[in-house]
Write a protein that binds this ligand. Structure first.
Ligand SMILES: *[C@@H]1O[C@H](CO)[C@@H](O)[C@H](O)[C@H]1NC(C)=O
Ligand SMILES: *[C@@H]1O[C@H](CO)[C@@H](O)[C@H](O)[C@H]1NC(C)=O
Length: 344
């Protein structure tokens, strides 16, 4: 009988062992590469400019749905501290020069990338770096809007809640024009009735078309707010609060959302909140309420704190809250499942 082994001369045996060794090495390389870079197999931190405080504490109150949402993500994102990133080496980071729309945070929220929190340039980053004049600049949030990552047009109720609306153009106008969703309801709160004035009349869109013979511009004047849009807006001259108080014109905003508007996880709900410090108790309540991160799809909030750089804006009134605590609050909101941004 033909015995292949016996037929091998010694030189050939060495050669075939070498071939087997090379094949094994190649296979191991492919397997290790696959595990490290093409699966969610937990690996040690890859080289990065970012470091996160690491703590082994896992939040025991995470709901089961939140845990499932995150199962495919980096396991460290189960830890509260992973949402509170600190940045090192500012000088070497190109994002600190001109391209300040920023990098994504380490941990996704609701399955999507969200902007990294900025810890040294206030939260009005463009303004503090003098790239823009207006403290109200919001271009930094544009790449991270949830509705540009996922479509919500199928949802019957698409609701925009503006808490602390100020003038009509300040945020209601901005969200109606810029946010990539056709809202079916807008509820805007502003205690000062002189400040928030809904335009009295809708803009006559049909009459604004210029003659077809006109050479360049097709419309006669700058468009205003059309009537169909005004019809969807309700305004309230009330204080947004964590408790009802008729004498103070204060409204329990959690009750308003759940009981008056009857909003649920089936609706698309965007919240913008700028309520001069009252955000602290309200947001702390929402973090203990497992329903809220499911009801509220996206949250924009101005968190007020005291810091020398904000003295000119009278933010000393918000002592003893520090800028670091504000960042921690936003990081905790994300950890609890709120897709949350600093506003503006
Ligand atoms: C369009 O351009 C023509 C030629 O330049 C000019 O005569 C005419 O007046 C313009 N029409 C309008 C409506 O501006
Ligand atoms: C505000 O409303 C929520 C929801 O109905 C309720 O759980 C909470 O106790 C209310 N807060 C106060 C202070 O009554």
């Amino acid at each position: 009988m033909f015995d292949p082994l016996k037929s091998l001369v010694p030189g050939r045996q060495v050669l075939s062992r070498t071939l087997i060794t090379i094949n094994l090495a190649l296979f191991s390389y492919i397997l290790i590469d696959f595990l490290l870079y093409h699966t969610d197999y937990p690996v040690k931190e890859r080289p990065s400019l970012l470091v996160a405080y690491s703590s082994p504490s896992v939040n025991p109150s995470l709901g089961s749905r939140q845990t499932t949402d995150r199962i495919n993500e980096n396991s460290e994102c189960l830890h509260r501290d992973a949402y509170y990133e600190i940045e090192e080496n500012h000088g070497e980071n190109p994002w600190n020069q001109m391209k300040w729309m920023g990098e994504p945070a380490r941990c996704k929220v609701k399955g999507h990338l969200i902007e990294k929190l900025d810890d040294i340039n206030n939260f009005r980053r463009g303004f503090s770096l003098r790239f823009v004049d207006g403290v109200e600049d919001r271009t930094h949030v544009l790449p991270w809007l949830l509705a540009s990552k996922e479509s919500f047009h199928q949802r019957k109720r698409r609701v925009y809640l503006d808490f602390g609306a100020n003038r009509f153009s300040t945020s209601v106008g901005w969200f109606l024009r810029m946010y990539p969703c056709d809202f079916t309801e807008v509820h805007a709160f502003e205690i000062n009735s002189k400040l928030l004035k809904k335009p009295e009349k809708g803009f006559p869109e049909k009459e604004n078309w210029a003659d077809a013979t006109a050479n360049s511009t097709r419309v006669k004047r700058m468009p205003g707010v059309p009537q169909w849009m005004l019809d969807r807006i309700t305004t309230y001259n009330k204080y947004v609060s964590d408790a009802d108080n008729e004498g103070n014109q204060a409204i329990n905003i959690t009750r308003f959302i759940k009981e008056d508007l009857k909003l649920s996880a089936q609706d698309f709900v965007l919240v913008k909140m700028d309520i001069e410090g009252s955000e602290w108790p309200i947001l702390n309540n929402w973090m203990d309420d497992p329903e809220m991160p499911h009801i509220i799809d996206e949250l924009f909030v101005e968190i007020h704190y005291s810091h020398p750089s904000m003295t000119a804006y009278n933010w000393d009134a918000f002592k003893p809250k520090s800028r670091d605590e504000a960042k921690r609050l936003l990081a905790d909101l994300r950890w609890k499942g709120f897709y949350a941004h600093f506003w503006p």
